[in-house]
Design a protein around this ligand. Sequence first.
Ligand SMILES: [Zn+2]
Length: 301
Amino acid sequence: MPRILLCAWLFVIANVVKQSRKQKNIIMKKLLFLLLLVSCQLSIVNSKNLIVLHTNDLHSQIEPASSNNLGGFARLAGQINQIRAENPDNVLLLDAGDIWQGTPYFNFFGGELEFDFLNRLNFDATTLGNHEFDNGIEHLAEKLQMLTVPVVLTNYDVSESLIKDFIKPYLILERNGLKIGILGLLINMDGLALEQNFEGIKYRDAIETTNEISAFLKNEKKCDIVICLSHLGFNNDKILAGQSENIDLIIGGHTHTLLENGWTETNRNGKTVTIAQARSSGMYLGVVEIELQVENMRAKN
Ligand SMILES: [Zn+2]
């Protein structure tokens, strides 16, 4: 059985504050060394690494936030490009929704600048937040035509709506020889958005849907890792993690929660699920390092 180790932290998107990668590497190496010591002498451990960069609730914050001068799309881009340059084969860049709404840029340009940013940075996937419906589903469908980034939404039936051609129920990506399944989850919008703004899309229970599709991704599609892009909010993410069986990581959003070192829950099978969320408005760039160890048993001579 593969063993998955996850380690989550955040980069502050400012000019000066940055965590030392050197220190992190040493910690990870020590951890690996310890694991090698405790594992059976007859086994060979092959490990593969993946770095997941994540944003959530960017909320049209194209310029740095005026309250604390953190964030801004240019700084985010700089940090993302640097990490990708240092790790050319094993980085995923994901977003958990509510890209729109919050600054006059959205009111003037209707979300095109934000989608252009996702396109330019080549995000690997995003999901929809409730604020993507603020100008109605017709507006969203029109703007989705320009978005080249895959939009994953698993727990809504969109088959009879205007956005049906732009939504994928799940996604499978490959990085560094790993197969990664991606789900997208959006909170029940009853009471959160005007009903006519999300006309034609039908909510399905997030936990039930996640368990069904994640089992399919792990068992049928043979994914090594399953990641949920969740716009459910932190408390719902904790419940989801506890009731899940086949997800490894939740990239959260909606509640603008700052999880400096991630959060872990134990799932139905006693395995650890990591939850990460990077506050809001691009003030932080979330980083999750995943190490997947596969032990091949060797016969004793
Ligand atoms: Zn939201």
